[in-house]
Design a protein around this ligand. Sequence first.
Ligand code: ADP
Ligand code: MG
Length: 455
Amino acid sequence: MDTCNEYWEQALTILEAQQNISALAFNLYIKPIVPISMSSNVFTVKVQYDFVKEIIERKFLNYIEEALLFINKGNQMSLKIITGNEQPETEENPEEIKPVQPVENNINFRMPNGLMPRYTFDNFIVGTNNQMAHAAAVSVSKNPGTSYNPLFLYGGVGLGKTHLMHAIGNEVYKNNPNAKILYVSCETFTNEVILAIQKHENEQFRQKYRELDLLLLDDIQFISDKRATQEEFFFTFNDLWQNGKQIVITSDRHPSAIQNLTDRLMSRLAGGLPIDIGYPNLETSVAILRNKAETQGIKIEDEVLQYIAESVKSNIREMEGALTTVIAYSKLITNHNSVITLDIALSALKNTINSFKPEMSVEYIQNVVANYYNFTTEDLCSKKKTKDLALARQVAMYFSRKLLNSETLVSIGKKFGGKDHSTVMHAIELVGRKMEENPDFEVQVTDIEKLITGK
Ligand code: ADP
Ligand code: MG
Protein backbone atom coordinates (compact mmCIF):
# COMPACT_ATOMS: atom_id res chain seq x y z
CA MET A 1 0.00 0.00 0.00
CA ASP A 2 1.98 2.98 -1.22
CA THR A 3 -0.12 5.71 0.30
CA CYS A 4 1.13 9.10 1.26
CA ASN A 5 0.98 8.32 4.97
CA GLU A 6 2.93 5.15 4.58
CA TYR A 7 5.60 6.94 2.57
CA TRP A 8 5.87 9.58 5.21
CA GLU A 9 6.18 7.05 8.01
CA GLN A 10 9.07 5.43 6.20
CA ALA A 11 10.64 8.80 5.54
CA LEU A 12 10.44 9.59 9.25
CA THR A 13 12.26 6.40 10.11
CA ILE A 14 15.06 7.25 7.72
CA LEU A 15 15.27 10.87 8.85
CA GLU A 16 15.34 9.88 12.48
CA ALA A 17 18.34 7.66 11.84
CA GLN A 18 20.08 10.38 9.81
CA GLN A 19 23.27 11.28 11.65
CA ASN A 20 23.20 14.90 10.58
CA ILE A 21 19.85 15.57 12.18
CA SER A 22 19.98 15.71 15.95
CA ALA A 23 17.26 14.02 17.98
CA LEU A 24 16.23 17.45 19.17
CA ALA A 25 15.96 18.90 15.67
CA PHE A 26 14.06 15.83 14.57
CA ASN A 27 11.54 16.15 17.34
CA LEU A 28 11.13 19.89 17.01
CA TYR A 29 10.87 20.29 13.28
CA ILE A 30 10.40 17.01 11.49
CA LYS A 31 8.14 14.93 13.66
CA PRO A 32 5.29 17.48 13.68
CA ILE A 33 5.17 17.61 9.85
CA VAL A 34 1.85 16.35 8.51
CA PRO A 35 1.76 14.55 5.14
CA ILE A 36 -1.03 15.90 2.93
CA SER A 37 -0.87 14.40 -0.53
CA MET A 38 1.43 13.16 -3.21
CA SER A 39 1.47 13.21 -6.98
CA SER A 40 4.03 11.47 -9.15
CA ASN A 41 6.63 14.16 -8.51
CA VAL A 42 5.46 16.38 -5.68
CA PHE A 43 5.04 15.41 -2.06
CA THR A 44 3.00 17.96 -0.14
CA VAL A 45 3.21 18.34 3.62
CA LYS A 46 1.96 20.84 6.11
CA VAL A 47 3.47 22.54 9.13
CA GLN A 48 1.83 24.92 11.52
CA TYR A 49 4.02 27.99 11.26
CA ASP A 50 5.82 29.94 8.55
CA PHE A 51 9.01 30.09 10.54
CA VAL A 52 9.09 26.32 10.88
CA LYS A 53 8.64 26.03 7.13
CA GLU A 54 11.61 28.32 6.61
CA ILE A 55 13.80 26.35 8.96
CA ILE A 56 12.88 23.08 7.30
CA GLU A 57 13.56 24.48 3.84
CA ARG A 58 16.86 25.86 4.94
CA LYS A 59 18.17 22.95 6.94
CA PHE A 60 16.37 19.73 6.11
CA LEU A 61 14.93 19.91 2.61
CA ASN A 62 17.77 17.92 1.05
CA TYR A 63 17.55 15.17 3.63
CA ILE A 64 13.81 14.86 3.26
CA GLU A 65 13.92 14.76 -0.52
CA GLU A 66 16.71 12.22 -0.34
CA ALA A 67 14.59 9.99 1.91
CA LEU A 68 11.62 10.32 -0.45
CA LEU A 69 13.85 9.48 -3.39
CA PHE A 70 14.93 6.32 -1.66
CA ILE A 71 11.41 5.27 -0.73
CA ASN A 72 10.14 6.12 -4.20
CA LYS A 73 12.72 3.74 -5.64
CA GLY A 74 14.88 6.35 -7.26
CA ASN A 75 12.11 8.51 -8.69
CA GLN A 76 12.54 12.06 -7.63
CA MET A 77 9.81 13.89 -5.74
CA SER A 78 10.12 17.46 -4.62
CA LEU A 79 8.83 18.51 -1.25
CA LYS A 80 6.22 21.21 -1.07
CA ILE A 81 5.51 22.69 2.33
CA ILE A 82 2.33 24.55 3.09
CA THR A 83 1.53 26.21 6.38
CA GLY A 84 -1.35 26.87 8.72
CA ASN A 85 -4.52 27.58 6.82
CA GLU A 86 -3.12 27.39 3.31
CA GLN A 87 -5.02 24.96 1.16
CA PRO A 88 -3.04 22.61 -1.05
CA GLU A 89 -3.13 24.01 -4.60
CA THR A 90 -5.01 21.99 -7.13
CA GLU A 91 -2.48 20.47 -9.44
CA GLU A 92 -2.73 20.74 -13.19
CA ASN A 93 -3.39 17.11 -13.52
CA PRO A 94 -5.79 16.31 -10.70
CA GLU A 95 -6.23 12.61 -11.43
CA GLU A 96 -2.57 12.16 -10.68
CA ILE A 97 -3.02 13.17 -7.07
CA LYS A 98 -3.47 10.25 -4.79
CA PRO A 99 -5.67 10.87 -1.77
CA VAL A 100 -3.94 10.66 1.58
CA GLN A 101 -5.67 7.37 2.16
CA PRO A 102 -8.80 5.85 0.74
CA VAL A 103 -11.65 6.22 3.18
CA GLU A 104 -12.01 2.57 4.08
CA ASN A 105 -8.31 2.32 4.85
CA ASN A 106 -8.09 5.55 6.71
CA ILE A 107 -8.00 4.58 10.34
CA ASN A 108 -8.89 8.09 11.35
CA PHE A 109 -12.12 8.03 9.41
CA ARG A 110 -14.98 9.71 11.25
CA MET A 111 -18.71 9.37 10.69
CA PRO A 112 -20.85 12.51 10.47
CA ASN A 113 -21.93 11.98 14.06
CA GLY A 114 -18.30 12.13 15.14
CA LEU A 115 -17.92 8.40 15.80
CA MET A 116 -14.71 6.66 14.79
CA PRO A 117 -15.48 3.11 13.67
CA ARG A 118 -11.97 1.93 14.51
CA TYR A 119 -12.62 2.09 18.25
CA THR A 120 -14.76 -0.87 19.26
CA PHE A 121 -15.22 -3.21 22.20
CA ASP A 122 -13.75 -5.99 20.06
CA ASN A 123 -10.36 -4.36 19.94
CA PHE A 124 -10.41 -3.06 23.49
CA ILE A 125 -8.27 -5.24 25.75
CA VAL A 126 -9.62 -5.68 29.26
CA GLY A 127 -7.16 -5.66 32.14
CA THR A 128 -7.37 -4.99 35.84
CA ASN A 129 -6.84 -1.29 35.18
CA ASN A 130 -9.94 -0.82 33.06
CA GLN A 131 -12.19 -3.74 34.04
CA MET A 132 -14.77 -1.60 35.84
CA ALA A 133 -14.83 1.06 33.16
CA HIS A 134 -15.21 -1.58 30.46
CA ALA A 135 -18.04 -3.37 32.26
CA ALA A 136 -19.90 -0.12 32.81
CA ALA A 137 -19.38 0.91 29.19
CA VAL A 138 -20.73 -2.41 27.93
CA SER A 139 -23.71 -2.16 30.21
CA VAL A 140 -24.45 1.38 29.04
CA SER A 141 -24.21 0.36 25.40
CA LYS A 142 -26.68 -2.49 25.95
CA ASN A 143 -29.21 -0.42 27.86
CA PRO A 144 -28.56 3.23 27.26
CA GLY A 145 -30.13 5.60 29.74
CA THR A 146 -30.76 3.06 32.45
CA SER A 147 -27.73 1.94 34.41
CA TYR A 148 -25.03 4.57 34.68
CA ASN A 149 -26.29 7.97 33.75
CA PRO A 150 -24.15 9.87 33.30
CA LEU A 151 -21.32 7.43 32.77
CA PHE A 152 -18.30 9.42 33.83
CA LEU A 153 -14.92 7.89 32.92
CA TYR A 154 -11.73 9.51 34.08
CA GLY A 155 -7.99 8.81 34.02
CA GLY A 156 -4.62 9.87 32.65
CA VAL A 157 -3.66 10.62 29.07
CA GLY A 158 -3.64 7.79 26.55
CA LEU A 159 -5.30 5.19 28.78
CA GLY A 160 -8.31 4.40 26.61
CA LYS A 161 -11.09 6.80 27.63
CA THR A 162 -11.80 8.04 24.14
CA HIS A 163 -11.58 4.50 22.79
CA LEU A 164 -14.22 3.24 25.23
CA MET A 165 -16.43 6.22 24.52
CA HIS A 166 -16.46 5.54 20.79
CA ALA A 167 -16.97 1.84 21.47
CA ILE A 168 -20.19 2.66 23.31
CA GLY A 169 -21.34 4.84 20.43
CA ASN A 170 -20.47 2.24 17.80
CA GLU A 171 -22.25 -0.50 19.70
CA VAL A 172 -25.41 1.58 20.19
CA TYR A 173 -25.31 2.47 16.50
CA LYS A 174 -24.92 -1.19 15.54
CA ASN A 175 -27.91 -2.19 17.63
CA ASN A 176 -30.01 0.75 16.54
CA PRO A 177 -28.92 2.59 13.40
CA ASN A 178 -31.70 5.13 13.95
CA ALA A 179 -30.45 6.21 17.35
CA LYS A 180 -29.35 9.84 17.38
CA ILE A 181 -25.78 9.78 18.58
CA LEU A 182 -23.25 12.56 18.80
CA TYR A 183 -19.60 12.42 19.77
CA VAL A 184 -18.18 15.84 20.55
CA SER A 185 -15.01 17.05 22.20
CA CYS A 186 -15.41 19.62 24.91
CA GLU A 187 -13.52 22.04 22.71
CA THR A 188 -15.98 21.68 19.85
CA PHE A 189 -18.89 21.96 22.24
CA THR A 190 -17.46 25.17 23.66
CA ASN A 191 -16.94 26.63 20.20
CA GLU A 192 -20.49 25.79 19.25
CA VAL A 193 -21.81 27.49 22.37
CA ILE A 194 -19.82 30.63 21.64
CA LEU A 195 -20.89 30.68 18.01
CA ALA A 196 -24.53 30.15 18.92
CA ILE A 197 -24.39 33.06 21.33
CA GLN A 198 -22.71 35.31 18.78
CA LYS A 199 -25.18 34.47 16.05
CA HIS A 200 -28.20 34.45 18.34
CA GLU A 201 -28.84 30.85 17.42
CA ASN A 202 -29.19 29.47 20.92
CA GLU A 203 -32.47 27.81 20.05
CA GLN A 204 -31.05 25.85 17.11
CA PHE A 205 -28.10 24.85 19.26
CA ARG A 206 -30.35 23.54 22.03
CA GLN A 207 -32.55 21.75 19.57
CA LYS A 208 -29.59 19.92 18.07
CA TYR A 209 -28.46 18.61 21.43
CA ARG A 210 -31.83 17.95 22.95
CA GLU A 211 -32.95 15.55 20.31
CA LEU A 212 -30.07 13.18 20.96
CA ASP A 213 -30.43 9.68 22.36
CA LEU A 214 -26.76 9.43 23.25
CA LEU A 215 -24.37 12.29 23.90
CA LEU A 216 -20.65 11.52 24.17
CA LEU A 217 -18.70 14.48 25.53
CA ASP A 218 -14.94 13.96 25.57
CA ASP A 219 -12.44 15.69 27.87
CA ILE A 220 -14.84 17.75 29.91
CA GLN A 221 -12.01 19.07 32.10
CA PHE A 222 -11.63 21.84 29.52
CA ILE A 223 -14.96 23.27 30.64
CA SER A 224 -13.37 24.68 33.78
CA ASP A 225 -13.47 28.49 33.80
CA LYS A 226 -15.97 28.58 30.95
CA ARG A 227 -19.15 29.84 32.54
CA ALA A 228 -21.34 30.13 29.46
CA THR A 229 -20.40 26.64 28.29
CA GLN A 230 -21.08 25.21 31.75
CA GLU A 231 -24.49 26.87 31.81
CA GLU A 232 -25.41 25.55 28.42
CA PHE A 233 -24.13 22.09 29.19
CA PHE A 234 -26.04 22.02 32.45
CA PHE A 235 -29.31 22.66 30.62
CA THR A 236 -28.50 20.18 27.87
CA PHE A 237 -27.58 17.63 30.50
CA ASN A 238 -30.82 18.10 32.44
CA ASP A 239 -32.94 17.88 29.37
CA LEU A 240 -31.40 14.67 28.16
CA TRP A 241 -31.22 13.17 31.59
CA GLN A 242 -34.82 13.86 32.48
CA ASN A 243 -35.87 12.23 29.24
CA GLY A 244 -33.88 9.12 30.03
CA LYS A 245 -31.28 9.78 27.34
CA GLN A 246 -27.77 8.51 27.89
CA ILE A 247 -24.85 10.83 28.58
CA VAL A 248 -21.23 9.65 28.59
CA ILE A 249 -18.47 11.96 29.73
CA THR A 250 -14.72 11.60 30.01
CA SER A 251 -12.19 13.68 31.86
CA ASP A 252 -8.58 13.47 32.89
CA ARG A 253 -9.66 13.88 36.53
CA HIS A 254 -12.52 13.28 38.96
CA PRO A 255 -15.34 15.85 38.74
CA SER A 256 -14.42 17.22 42.14
CA ALA A 257 -10.94 18.03 40.84
CA ILE A 258 -12.15 20.05 37.87
CA GLN A 259 -11.56 23.63 38.87
CA ASN A 260 -14.19 26.33 38.87
CA LEU A 261 -17.07 24.07 38.15
CA THR A 262 -20.43 25.39 39.28
CA ASP A 263 -21.72 23.37 42.23
CA ARG A 264 -24.82 22.19 40.48
CA LEU A 265 -22.93 20.92 37.45
CA MET A 266 -20.40 19.25 39.67
CA SER A 267 -23.10 17.36 41.57
CA ARG A 268 -24.66 16.29 38.26
CA LEU A 269 -21.36 14.95 36.96
CA ALA A 270 -20.52 13.11 40.14
CA GLY A 271 -24.07 11.75 40.35
CA GLY A 272 -23.55 8.80 38.04
CA LEU A 273 -20.64 7.33 40.01
CA PRO A 274 -17.37 8.30 38.29
CA ILE A 275 -15.16 5.35 37.31
CA ASP A 276 -11.45 5.63 36.83
CA ILE A 277 -9.16 3.93 34.33
CA GLY A 278 -5.71 3.22 35.73
CA TYR A 279 -2.33 2.40 34.27
CA PRO A 280 -2.08 -0.96 32.53
CA ASN A 281 0.25 -3.61 33.90
CA LEU A 282 2.84 -5.26 31.71
CA GLU A 283 0.60 -8.14 30.76
CA THR A 284 -2.21 -5.87 29.60
CA SER A 285 0.17 -3.61 27.71
CA VAL A 286 1.64 -6.56 25.84
CA ALA A 287 -1.82 -7.87 25.02
CA ILE A 288 -2.81 -4.46 23.59
CA LEU A 289 0.31 -4.31 21.43
CA ARG A 290 -0.11 -7.88 20.25
CA ASN A 291 -3.68 -7.20 19.25
CA LYS A 292 -2.60 -4.13 17.34
CA ALA A 293 0.17 -5.99 15.48
CA GLU A 294 -2.07 -8.94 14.69
CA THR A 295 -4.80 -6.81 13.17
CA GLN A 296 -2.18 -5.48 10.77
CA GLY A 297 -1.04 -8.99 9.98
CA ILE A 298 2.39 -8.32 11.43
CA LYS A 299 4.51 -11.11 12.87
CA ILE A 300 6.43 -9.93 15.87
CA GLU A 301 8.31 -11.71 18.65
CA ASP A 302 6.87 -11.51 22.14
CA GLU A 303 10.06 -10.13 23.59
CA VAL A 304 9.75 -7.16 21.26
CA LEU A 305 6.30 -6.38 22.60
CA GLN A 306 7.60 -6.75 26.15
CA TYR A 307 10.50 -4.47 25.40
CA ILE A 308 8.18 -1.78 24.07
CA ALA A 309 5.72 -2.15 26.94
CA GLU A 310 8.49 -1.94 29.51
CA SER A 311 10.30 0.97 27.94
CA VAL A 312 7.29 3.14 27.22
CA LYS A 313 5.44 2.84 30.48
CA SER A 314 2.12 4.33 31.36
CA ASN A 315 0.85 5.70 28.07
CA ILE A 316 -0.74 3.37 25.57
CA ARG A 317 -0.78 5.95 22.80
CA GLU A 318 3.00 6.27 22.98
CA MET A 319 3.41 2.52 23.15
CA GLU A 320 1.43 2.22 19.95
CA GLY A 321 3.60 4.93 18.41
CA ALA A 322 6.74 2.97 19.24
CA LEU A 323 5.22 -0.16 17.74
CA THR A 324 4.38 1.73 14.53
CA THR A 325 7.96 2.96 14.28
CA VAL A 326 9.27 -0.57 14.68
CA ILE A 327 6.91 -1.90 12.02
CA ALA A 328 7.76 0.87 9.53
CA TYR A 329 11.47 0.41 10.12
CA SER A 330 11.27 -3.32 9.72
CA LYS A 331 9.42 -2.96 6.41
CA LEU A 332 12.20 -0.75 5.23
CA ILE A 333 15.11 -3.00 6.05
CA THR A 334 13.73 -6.51 5.75
CA ASN A 335 11.55 -8.57 3.57
CA HIS A 336 7.93 -7.74 4.42
CA ASN A 337 7.06 -11.17 5.70
CA SER A 338 9.88 -11.72 8.11
CA VAL A 339 9.29 -11.77 11.84
CA ILE A 340 10.25 -8.63 13.71
CA THR A 341 13.01 -9.44 16.15
CA LEU A 342 14.35 -7.60 19.16
CA ASP A 343 17.43 -6.51 17.21
CA ILE A 344 15.28 -4.76 14.66
CA ALA A 345 13.21 -3.12 17.37
CA LEU A 346 16.31 -1.92 19.21
CA SER A 347 17.72 -0.20 16.16
CA ALA A 348 14.35 1.22 15.18
CA LEU A 349 13.86 2.76 18.59
CA LYS A 350 17.39 3.71 19.54
CA ASN A 351 16.67 7.38 19.09
CA THR A 352 13.28 7.54 20.66
CA ILE A 353 13.19 5.41 23.75
CA ASN A 354 14.73 7.02 26.80
CA SER A 355 16.60 9.56 24.76
CA PHE A 356 14.00 12.20 24.16
CA LYS A 357 11.81 13.06 27.05
CA PRO A 358 11.94 16.80 27.01
CA GLU A 359 11.80 17.72 30.59
CA MET A 360 11.73 21.42 30.91
CA SER A 361 15.10 22.48 32.26
CA VAL A 362 17.72 25.15 31.68
CA GLU A 363 19.65 22.65 29.57
CA TYR A 364 16.65 21.92 27.42
CA ILE A 365 15.94 25.61 26.88
CA GLN A 366 19.60 26.19 25.99
CA ASN A 367 19.37 23.37 23.47
CA VAL A 368 16.31 24.72 21.74
CA VAL A 369 17.50 28.32 21.66
CA ALA A 370 21.00 27.35 20.48
CA ASN A 371 19.49 25.17 17.78
CA TYR A 372 17.22 27.99 16.64
CA TYR A 373 20.06 30.49 16.30
CA ASN A 374 22.57 27.97 14.93
CA PHE A 375 24.84 27.99 17.94
CA THR A 376 25.78 25.21 20.33
CA THR A 377 24.96 25.08 24.02
CA GLU A 378 28.69 25.40 24.66
CA ASP A 379 28.58 28.73 22.83
CA LEU A 380 25.77 29.90 25.08
CA CYS A 381 27.75 28.97 28.18
CA SER A 382 31.01 30.43 26.90
CA LYS A 383 32.39 33.89 27.49
CA LYS A 384 32.26 34.78 23.81
CA LYS A 385 30.40 38.02 23.22
CA THR A 386 29.62 38.50 19.54
CA LYS A 387 26.39 40.39 19.10
CA ASP A 388 24.31 37.49 17.78
CA LEU A 389 25.59 35.07 20.35
CA ALA A 390 24.98 37.49 23.20
CA LEU A 391 21.40 37.89 22.07
CA ALA A 392 20.81 34.14 21.81
CA ARG A 393 22.24 33.74 25.32
CA GLN A 394 19.98 36.47 26.64
CA VAL A 395 16.93 34.87 25.08
CA ALA A 396 17.83 31.54 26.67
CA MET A 397 18.25 33.22 30.04
CA TYR A 398 14.97 35.03 29.61
CA PHE A 399 13.10 31.77 29.04
CA SER A 400 14.91 29.96 31.82
CA ARG A 401 13.50 32.54 34.16
CA LYS A 402 10.10 32.80 32.57
CA LEU A 403 9.35 29.09 32.24
CA LEU A 404 11.10 27.52 35.22
CA ASN A 405 9.75 28.46 38.60
CA SER A 406 12.38 26.56 40.49
CA GLU A 407 15.30 28.50 38.98
CA THR A 408 16.64 31.70 40.51
CA LEU A 409 18.74 34.40 38.88
CA VAL A 410 21.74 32.92 40.66
CA SER A 411 21.12 29.31 39.65
CA ILE A 412 20.47 30.32 36.05
CA GLY A 413 23.71 32.31 35.94
CA LYS A 414 25.61 29.27 37.17
CA LYS A 415 24.17 27.09 34.44
CA PHE A 416 25.33 29.53 31.78
CA GLY A 417 28.98 28.93 32.57
CA GLY A 418 29.10 30.78 35.86
CA LYS A 419 27.61 34.13 35.00
CA ASP A 420 26.64 36.63 37.63
CA HIS A 421 22.99 37.03 38.68
CA SER A 422 23.08 40.65 37.52
CA THR A 423 23.96 39.44 34.01
CA VAL A 424 20.84 37.28 34.04
CA MET A 425 18.72 40.13 35.29
CA HIS A 426 20.09 42.41 32.63
CA ALA A 427 19.34 39.78 29.97
CA ILE A 428 15.74 39.45 31.08
CA GLU A 429 15.18 43.19 31.09
CA LEU A 430 16.84 43.60 27.75
CA VAL A 431 14.80 40.88 26.05
CA GLY A 432 11.59 42.34 27.48
CA ARG A 433 12.46 45.83 26.30
CA LYS A 434 13.59 44.71 22.88
CA MET A 435 10.34 42.84 22.41
CA GLU A 436 8.40 46.02 23.07
CA GLU A 437 10.55 48.04 20.70
CA ASN A 438 10.94 45.60 17.87
CA PRO A 439 7.93 43.62 16.61
CA ASP A 440 10.09 41.27 14.52
CA PHE A 441 12.08 40.31 17.54
CA GLU A 442 8.89 39.78 19.45
CA VAL A 443 7.70 37.33 16.80
CA GLN A 444 11.02 35.53 17.02
CA VAL A 445 10.74 35.16 20.78
CA THR A 446 7.16 33.93 20.52
CA ASP A 447 8.26 31.37 17.94
CA ILE A 448 10.99 30.11 20.22
CA GLU A 449 8.55 29.82 23.08
CA LYS A 450 6.32 27.64 20.92
CA LEU A 451 9.27 25.40 20.18
CA ILE A 452 10.24 25.12 23.83
CA THR A 453 6.78 24.46 25.19
CA GLY A 454 5.62 22.41 22.21
CA LYS A 455 2.39 24.42 22.04
P1 ADP B 1 -7.39 8.71 26.28
O1 ADP B 1 -8.66 9.19 25.64
O2 ADP B 1 -7.61 8.11 27.63
O3 ADP B 1 -6.32 9.74 26.30
P2 ADP B 1 -7.34 6.92 24.03
O4 ADP B 1 -8.68 6.32 24.19
O5 ADP B 1 -7.18 7.94 22.96
O6 ADP B 1 -6.83 7.52 25.41
O7 ADP B 1 -6.29 5.73 23.84
C1 ADP B 1 -5.00 5.93 23.31
C2 ADP B 1 -4.65 4.79 22.39
O8 ADP B 1 -4.49 3.62 23.15
C3 ADP B 1 -5.75 4.51 21.37
O9 ADP B 1 -5.16 4.18 20.15
C4 ADP B 1 -6.46 3.31 21.96
O10 ADP B 1 -7.01 2.49 20.94
C5 ADP B 1 -5.37 2.60 22.70
N1 ADP B 1 -5.87 1.86 23.86
C6 ADP B 1 -6.03 2.34 25.12
N2 ADP B 1 -6.48 1.39 25.94
C7 ADP B 1 -6.64 0.28 25.18
C8 ADP B 1 -7.10 -1.04 25.45
N3 ADP B 1 -7.46 -1.42 26.68
N4 ADP B 1 -7.12 -1.93 24.42
C9 ADP B 1 -6.74 -1.54 23.19
N5 ADP B 1 -6.30 -0.32 22.86
C10 ADP B 1 -6.26 0.59 23.85
MG1 MG C 1 -9.06 11.06 24.87
